[in-house]
Design a protein around this ligand. Structure first.
Ligand code: ADP
Ligand code: MG
Ligand code: MG
Length: 899
């Protein structure tokens, strides 16, 4: 088996399409190398190698030694240096990289190969002793932490890992000698520091730091592989739904040095602004620095160019000003990469004595607004096609675009508490907490929190996830917090340097004011502003770019998108968002809320009636309300189908409980309050969700069905008279047998004939169909379709009955099912394609065999879930129906499924 893939010198064994095998990092290094960009030579050990290593309990495949040796020899030749050589030593980095980027979740070790044998040679060669000991102290710090502690599964004592211990020693030295920055520490102190470090490593971990290049190399490779199963990486995979079996690749690459003094540097950039999408080169850099100094927020990074300057960093020198020639090279690479990848990229670079090297590139994470703006810009620039444009925005990012922002009017009046960098979009407010754990705990208790940290690190991801917004005192636009928040489209402000945090007292101080844990603040993540208290939020719709994008989306969409709407208000919002009909109108909703509670009173009267006469009379009174409601919706949706579901819930849900309601009803029915209570009690059931509800009500009380059908058809007839084009679809819920449908159809046919006569009409364009929400109905779809002209999958109930999980009671066990990996996802959020999906597939096929033009849709939460939408498309559904706010998401998901 080939485990090792080389790159460098304008050549490579792999390319960008091989992220599965080489990890995103390895694949793109290979691609950049092939493009002729200055990439330090190296080789990548494949994800297969990682998986073999991990599954064998930590031993390398036997052929690996030889493959690594020969790849290393090639690197040595191309760099003109030798790994472990006393005179001319080559150093390497060992870098993790999974198929999909997992920012900072796994490990990387730099400067591998430095030891007492190679140090003197490197000093002679570079003439820079300070640099060599700086590299060595970094190696010890990283290696002790990553290879000797984490990879060995050693638990830090009191949260103080070896890394913190070494950091403390370094801080003490700086304090003692009055050094402000790491870069102020001179060579001889660094040299002493390295000895102190090694002694500390021996004392704490009980083993010596391996001062041997070969041991360091293999130790680092193993640690990179093992970091796939680190706690942070696992937590991140759960959140992002990344499979455990992917594994990470390990890239071994020749070191280039950004820490060789003022003419060296390291930096990170985005080819366009990842926060808002602007077509401007955007980045940060640090002179005399290595590796993660920029991302870690150790020093406030300098702006790349004028476009990157902001209130926080305007006084710092830009790369454009400091090293114009190198900046020009970098700018050219930016252009070349965008033309090649046709996308916005996130790049890492290092400058060694004014020579530029590329260390990483990948398609950059971006906020929803940035994704939309970039897609539209690139389409206009001719960089991408309309199809690509549609694929560029993830359905979940649209959600973000429709997310709330701080109401600008309120904001103008509010007083700014602090300012930072706008790292994640939109607005958010909540109670402040100071640890990730508190964020998780408070959120579980139903609180809305803002996580406030000095800076975040990968340990904080779960808390960041739980928070409404994130605020950090340190770090730049490419800091960990910013990267993660943008990936999720979460409101985030970083580098608000004026806030001082005290974790002991759980306080945040700013400008003489003290905010305690639990105090409320509002963040505007698009501007980087923090306010006191909770400001009003508003929706960020009405964006012309959004509308233009959605019209391109619709060019490629073939499946219909309807809405679930119960009121004219919902319907209007849905139309605004592009609904092409109503997939579910629940008649009972007029009884909850609404503008008057008279309909509810009449319904109760009907429910508590004892005789058919009483009931008919109550229904008679209810009729005009029912008709009015339906008519207004049919009128609003003129010319579009409206699926109206007959009364669905069990009647006891409407039984009055308050004394005044009971009295009022008693008076109306001419019975005693006691009777009202007794009749109510008679309706109680032990399992009402599977009790007397849905079509069963219409079987026991056909007059209920009759009244509703009359309301629907009369409403339509009147509209036709007014010259309108109503398209009602009568939907019978909770059916399990075609004979139920036949029963209700007889009533419908009779009422229809009456109405045609009464209104002197030839026909009304209506359909008669059923929900498929009981497995038996799905299994008998061929029979159901003999009467039903359409099906609508009621996936909430169908999920409930397929799993035998009560949908109102999954709270007690669902998270355990997910944590234990018994279920991959909550089936009430995304269609269980393996199980329930079969029922859908089967009934589509059987139903259409009976009736080829059978219209089939889906209503229920799943209609707005992108994966479920794709599943519906794959199964040839006519439309999906979802809540008004999810319509754009469903439209985009449907278009993407078709591409
Ligand atoms: P991550 O996936 O966490 O970004 P990387 O493998 O990209 O980890 O390494 C982090 C940083 O270390 C890089 O951004 C780069 O600055 C530095 N680095 C990695 N390999 C090298 C190298 N061969 N030479 C110089 N710097 C390197
Ligand atoms: Mg990186
Ligand atoms: Mg149902």
């Amino acid at each position: 088996t080939t485990y090792v893939y080389s790159f460098g010198n304008g050549m490579a064994d792999g390319d960008a399409t091989q992220a599965d095998l080489l990890g995103g990092k390895g694949a793109n290094l290979a691609e950049m190398s092939q493009l002729g960009l200055p990439v330090p030579a190296g080789f990548t050990l494949s994800t297969d190698c990682c998986n073999d290593f991990l599954s064998s309990g930590g031993s390398y495949p036997p052929e690996l030694w030889e493959q690594v040796r020969s790849a290393l020899t090639a690197v040595e030749e191309s760099m003109g240096m030798k790994f472990g050589d006393r005179e001319n030593p080559l150093l390497v980095s060992c870098r993790s990289g999974a198929r999909q980027s997992m920012p900072g979740m796994m490990e990387t070790v730099l400067n591998v190969g430095l030891c007492p044998d190679t140090i003197p040679g490197l000093i002679r060669k570079t003439g820079n002793e300070r640099f060599v000991y700086d590299a060595y102290r970094r190696l010890i710090m990283m290696y002790a932490d990553v290879v000797m502690e984490k990879a060995e599964g050693i638990e830090p004592i009191d949260g103080m890992g070896i890394r913190s211990q070494l950091d403390r020693i370094m801080e003490e030295l700086k304090e003692e000698k009055n050094y402000v920055n790491d870069t102020d520490i001179p060579a001889d102190d660094l040299k002493k520091l390295c000895e102190l470090f090694k002694a500390q490593v021996q004392e704490i971990l009980g083993i010596a730091f391996p001062d041997n290049p070969e041991d360091q190399l293999w130790g680092a490779i193993g640690a990179v592989f093992k970091s796939w199963n680190g706690r942070r990486a696992i937590a991140y995979r759960r959140i992002e739904g990344i499979p455990d079996q992917w594994g990470t690749a390990c890239t071994v690459q020749s070191m280039v040095f950004g820490n060789m003094g003022a003419s060296s540097a390291t930096g990170v950039a985005f080819t366009r602004n990842p926060a808002n999408g602007e077509n401007r080169f955007y980045g940060e850099w640090l002179p005399d620095a290595q590796g993660e100094d920029v991302v870690a927020g150790i020093r406030t990074p300098n702006p790349l160019n004028n476009d990157t300057k902001n209130d926080q960093n305007a006084h710092l020198p830009s790369l454009e000003e400091e090293m114009p020639v190198v900046y020009k090279d970098l700018y050219d690479i930016r252009e070349k990469l965008e033309k090649h990848y046709h996308d916005m990229l996130d790049i890492e670079f290092t400058i060694q004595e004014e020579r530029l090297y590329m260390l990483q590139c990948r398609v950059g994470k971006r906020t929803g607004p940035a994704a939309l703006n970039m897609a539209m810009d690139m389409l206009e620039e001719g960089l991408i096609t309309e199809k690509q444009c549609v694929m560029r925005v993830k359905p979940s990012q649209l959600d973000e675009l429709l997310h709330p922002i701080v109401d600008p009017d309120e904001e103008r009046k509010a007083c700014i508490v602090a300012k930072g960098l706008p790292a994640g979009p939109g607005g958010a407010f909540g109670q402040i907490v100071f640890t990730a754990q508190d964020a998780v705990n408070w959120q579980k208790k139903g609180k809305q929190v803002i996580l406030v940290r000095e800076e975040t690190n990968p340990e904080d991801v779960e808390g960041m996830r739980a928070a409404e917004g994130i605020l950090t005192a340190r770090g730049g636009m490419t800091s960990h917090a910013a990267l993660v928040a943008r990936g999720w489209g979460k409101c985030c402000i970083v580098g608000a340097a004026m806030i001082k945090l005290d974790f002991r007292t759980r306080e945040m101080r700013v400008g003489g004011k003290v905010y305690k844990e639990g105090d409320v603040v509002t963040l505007n993540g698009s501007k980087g502003l923090v306010y006191e208290g909770a400001l009003k939020m508003m929706d960020a719709t009405e964006n012309p770019r959004f509308k233009a994008f959605m019209s391109i989306v619709d060019k490629f969409r073939t499946m219909g998108v309807r809405t679930n709407a119960d009121s004219t208000q919902d319907t209007l919002i849905a139309l605004e968002y592009g609904a092409e009909g109503i997939g579910l109108f629940r008649t009972e909703h007029m009884f909850y809320g609404g503008d008057s509670d008279h309909p509810l009173f009449l319904l109760r009267k009907m429910i508590l009636s004892d005789t058919e006469d009483e009931r008919r009379q109550a229904l008679e009174e209810l009729f005009p309300f029912m008709k009015r409601d339906i008519q207004s919706t049919l009128a609003t949706m003129d010319g579009m189908p409206v699926t109206i579901r007959l009364l669905d819930p069990p009647l006891h849900e409407f039984v009055p409980h308050g004394e005044s309601h009971q009295k009022e009803l008693a008076a109306a029915l001419d019975i005693t309050t006691h009777d009202v209570i007794r009749r109510g009690e008679e309706l109680q059931e032990s399992n009402p969700m599977m009790g007397h509800r849905g079509v069963r009500l219409g079987i026991t009380y056909p007059e209920i069905t009759e009244m509703q059908v009359r309301a629907i058809l009369e409403a339509a007839a009147e509209l036709i008279r007014q010259g309108k084009n109503p398209m009602p679809e009568i939907m019978v819920p909770v059916t399990c047998d075609v004979k139920e449908l036949v029963f209700a159809k007889k009533i419908t046919d009779r009422v229809y004939a009456d109405i045609l006569k009464a209104f002197d009409l030839e026909s009304i364009d209506y359909k008669y169909g059923t929900m498929i929400e009981i497995p038996r109905a799905a299994l008998l779809a061929n029979k159901m379709a003999e009467v039903a002209e359409f099906f609508s999958f009621g996936t909430n109930d169908l999920t409930q009955m397929t799993f035998g999980f009560s949908r109102d009671d999954t709270g007690g066990f669902m998270s355990e099912y997910l944590d234990a990996g018994i279920l991959d996802a909550d089936p009430f959020q995304t269609i269980d394609q393996d199980g329930m999906g079969q029922l859908i597939e089967y009934s589509v096929e059987r139903g259409r065999k009976t009736r080829p033009d059978l219209k089939i849709g889906i209503c229920g939460e799943h209609g707005g879930d992108p994966a479920s939408v794709a599943f519906c498309y794959a199964n040839n559904l006519t439309y999906v129906s979802c809540s008004p706010f999810r319509i754009p998401i469903a439209r985009l998901a449907a278009a993407q499924a078709a591409l």
